[in-house]
Design a protein around this ligand. Sequence first.
Ligand SMILES: [Zn+2]
Length: 383
Amino acid sequence: MAGQGNLPAQLCYSCEDEEMMNLIVAMLKKWLEDSPDVEMMTFSQEDNQSWCQCNKCAAAKNTYGTNAAQVIKFMNRLYQKLEPWLTENGRNLVLAFFAYHETVDAPAKKQGDTYLPIDDSVKCLNNVAVMYAPIEADYTKPLTNEANSREYENLMKWKACSNKTLLWTYSTDFISYLGPYNTYDSIVENYRLAVKSGAFWILDQQQKFQSNSTAFHVLKYYLQAKLAWNVNLDENELIDDFFKNYFGTAKDVMQKLFNEVRSRMKYIEDELHVSMYIYVALENKDYWPKGLLLQWLEYIESAKKTIEYLKDQDEDLYSLIYDRILLESISFRFLLIDIYGGSVYDAETLLAEKVAFKNDCAYLRVDRFNESLSLSEYMNRNW
Ligand SMILES: [Zn+2]
């Protein structure tokens, strides 16, 4: 075991202790017995960047250029230990591991136009799969974009080391949950790349800890759900369908708002030259001019007006669409108060805006500022 500071410890993957291996195999068998339908399992590292520094692990890193080599060898040993039991019990199992942080790089090399494992010992067994999670990519651009050439090449290298690939991508800004984060320009291509590269599973991670997400993240959930079944669907048609069916008569104004937000996000990337990695603080006045935020909030008010007629006709539908429009207002209201506050509103109005914002977030269950901080903690500290 190896821990650094307060981080949870990582296993030493060079450890060949039979007793430990037997213990792990026994645990896996128990889980499999308890879950007769399970066909895939992960044996994963801790979510941090520490790693075992023992002589064996250090030597392997030196030879292969990555800590993933020892993990592959360990996973192969683990699968081989488990295999007789799987055969006896008629079970099919894919055993997956993370290629992430310290293990993100594949132990492979380029030879001519193809990639090869550095040696045969770092080739995964057929049922050992890699879950490639390139957390350092810029997800406002597809993995096929030049900005992500390192991640793309690494995916090709992983393909050389494993017959089975799972792809874990990211679709939100993990330090600014309330800001818009543009993966609309990359999501389709990443799903298509997953198919092309032979990945049989994809997870495009959004706001796991947020009960309800603003900033058009709901649209991303819709795109993910549709693309998971068919990556060849037309993205523009999907977006049109979403706005028509989700916002009813507020479709046009909400889609206009979305298009302007998307254009602005593109402007931030291309004209302000901001590399939109998943840990960029979005509360920045260069990104969101005051006038633009105020204009977007006017669109929100117009959207509410277009559904007024429903109040008498169908109160439930009215409330449903009203809440969806309100949810999208949260992002722009947050940015306006947080970045500009007193320079937009007088003291009394600012206080009223903050109270209304807080109440609406509670009602809509928008409860996180980011992955590690609740929205109420953030507001208490900064507002
Ligand atoms: Zn070690």
